[in-house]
Design a protein around this ligand. Sequence first.
Ligand SMILES: NC(=O)c1ccc[n+]([C@@H]2O[C@H](COP(=O)([O-])OP(=O)(O)OC[C@H]3O[C@@H](n4cnc5c(N)ncnc54)[C@H](OP(=O)(O)O)[C@@H]3O)[C@@H](O)[C@H]2O)c1
Length: 327
Amino acid sequence: MKIRKIGNLEVSPIGMGCMAFSHGYGAAPAEDYSIDAIRVAHDFGCTFYDTAEIYGTEQFYPGHNEQVTGKAIKPFRKDVVLATKLFLAPEEFGDNGVDIYGAIKKHVEKSLVNLQTDFIDLYYLHRIHRQIPVEEVASAMGKLIDEGIIRGWGLSQVGGDTLRRAHEVTLVTAVQNLNNMMERDCEEDIFPYALANNIGVVPFSPIASGYLSGKITADLKYEKVDDVRRWVPQTQKENIIANMPILDVLAEFSTRKNATNAQIALAWMLHKYPNCVPIPGSKNRERILENLAAWDVELTDEEFDALEVALASVPLHGHRGHVEFVG
Ligand SMILES: NC(=O)c1ccc[n+]([C@@H]2O[C@H](COP(=O)([O-])OP(=O)(O)OC[C@H]3O[C@@H](n4cnc5c(N)ncnc54)[C@H](OP(=O)(O)O)[C@@H]3O)[C@@H](O)[C@H]2O)c1
């Protein structure tokens, strides 16, 4: 079985983003379907699952996605790496001074209940807030590690400077940022430091919210409620059309490798960075397995170099980047 290391955690080379079972890509599937899909992924070899406390807020309630994920993985909880994320707001801190540790502890305790577990393998701060010093979050995460409540911690949508400041206080296990063939800010800002410091990089939206699969067409109708494709730059009508050349590049390589476009998009990042473990998301069982199977699509160095050259020749339209700060 293939494994990768992110920090001190061993995981399958591709993980599973569970978000869409509660949020982000329109109506969530029935719970039974979602649970079955997560278990089928595990049978296939997936040992890394990603959720967050806020997934589900729009369609259900906060914690919904953690509950579905926790229920699904319960039979094999100890065999997998479970990641979740917390959102912190300054209003949560008491008037008698800032108690970041106390605030984080309340979040983690709720997540443990939702996830039906007594520890979390990887606990991320979902967004950075200007008024919440990342050093204090890092220190609180260090305490949670010492207490055995979490095994490692991470940051999401973070810039290089903030990552450095945090890592100096408590070793960061992983960064979860937007990263794919069309969103490459991390290549300059995050990967070099992460590689040098044993930090894993967990790209979210590795298929550019579906665009790189080639299955999104300009006439596709998104759902009215809770569908991020209504605002993601790569899934806007004008960019769907303008970015077709990148799909031609992918089609050429997928034909050559007898793979799908989505698999090439994933195989490319696996080849590029040894500390990279993407977490594609899908509500569709067959596509979940298709995406996981990309760990068997191996590009030779020559193929990878040719792909990089081809990608560099394609102009890109639409850029989301990472907006580091909320508030
Ligand atoms: N930290 C953060 O701020 C943050 C933000 C966003 C997401 N995330 C995490 O990252 C995970 C992945 O993000 P994402 O869902 O945006 O990633 P993504 O896989 O790039 O995009 C998901 C979209 O692509 C489609 N898709 C996936 N695989 C496909 C395939 N093989 N062929 C055709 N279409 C395919 C899905 O459609 P179908 O469902 O119809 O297959 C869905 O519409 C999430 O589940 C979540 O855990 C984190």
